[in-house]
Design a protein around this ligand. Structure first.
Ligand SMILES: Nc1ncnc2c1ncn2[C@@H]1O[C@H](COP(=O)(O)OP(=O)(O)OP(=O)(O)O)[C@@H](O)[C@H]1O
Ligand SMILES: [Mg+2]
Length: 232
């Protein structure tokens, strides 16, 4: 397993956001983390990314326990729920951000950003600011920014939540293609069942901080383990 969560617990005040969470993810897979609002999906991503610490349990990435490794050293790319682009930076500078932090050379940054701009199909828009882009274009830039430093693991927290239905449909298949082509292990959070079924190799269903079921989209659809999975 490339990523493993072992007996993870996390409490906010007296609310259990993660209740003995256990799962493993194979390298190169695209996992859908599916569950209703408040079921603990973002909390799980934030703990994997190192933006939040579990109260107990271990997070293992590529065979190493990473609990004490800071977020910046985990080699993880993160795309957030609402476009979190830097408003005062151009498309080019947004994508270059992580590379500048890594102190890559100007030449390297230029080449890498150009490659990514091509990949996301936004050639010619490098000098635009986020306010001059559509919602779908912004999320593609966010995706490119997360990919720029070559992460080992990509976390996407409802990346299309703020985008209207038609564009969302297009972006879904675009994202699935992209991730398959790049072969980067990814976790995709959604509360939309059809989105999870269409996008994911494997689905993890969360409910009230617990994992309800793990399986392929077809498995879960045909053999729900619990009443919750069935109804959801
Ligand atoms: N920093 C925090 N402080 C206090 N409570 C928190 C904090 N972060 C999350 N919670 C609580 O933990 C629970 C799980 O939150 P989380 O954001 O993980 O849910 P989610 O599944 O991502 O929901 P959504 O689909 O609405 O994004 C919620 O009840 C939330 O209010
Ligand atoms: Mg969330």
């Amino acid at each position: 397993m490339y990523v493993e969560l072992k007996n993870i617990n996390k409490t906010f005040g007296d609310y259990k956001a993660s209740d003995n969470v256990n799962f493993g993810i194979e390298k190169g897979k695209l996992i859908g983390l599916l569950g209703p609002s408040g079921s603990g999906k973002t909390t799980i991503l934030r703990m994997i990314a190192g933006l939040e610490n579990p109260d107990s349990g271990e997070i293992v990435i590529d065979g190493k326990v990473v609990n004490d490794i800071p977020a910046s050293k985990r080699g993880i790319g993160f795309v957030f729920q609402n476009y979190a682009l830097f408003r005062y930076m151009t498309v080019f500078d947004n994508i270059a951000f992580g590379l500048k932090i890594q102190k890559k050379s100007k030449k390297f940054i230029k080449e890498r950003v150009n490659e990514l701009v091509k990949l996301i199909g936004l050639e010619g828009l490098e000098k635009r600011y986020p306010s001059q882009l559509s919602g779908g274009q912004k999320q593609r830039v966010a995706f490119a920014r997360a990919l720029a430093p070559n992460p080992n693991l990509l976390l996407l927290d409802e990346p299309f939540a703020a985008i209207d239905a038609k564009v969302r449909q297009e972006l879904r298949s675009w994202l699935k293609d992209m991730i398959e082509r790049l072969g980067v292990t990814s976790i995709f959070v959604t509360h939309d069942q059809s989105e999870a079924i269409e996008v994911a190799d494997e689905i993890i269903i969360t409910n009230k901080g617990r994992i309800e079921q793990i399986g392929s989209p077809i498995d879960i659809y045909q053999h729900p383990d619990t009443a919750f999975s069935a109804s959801f």
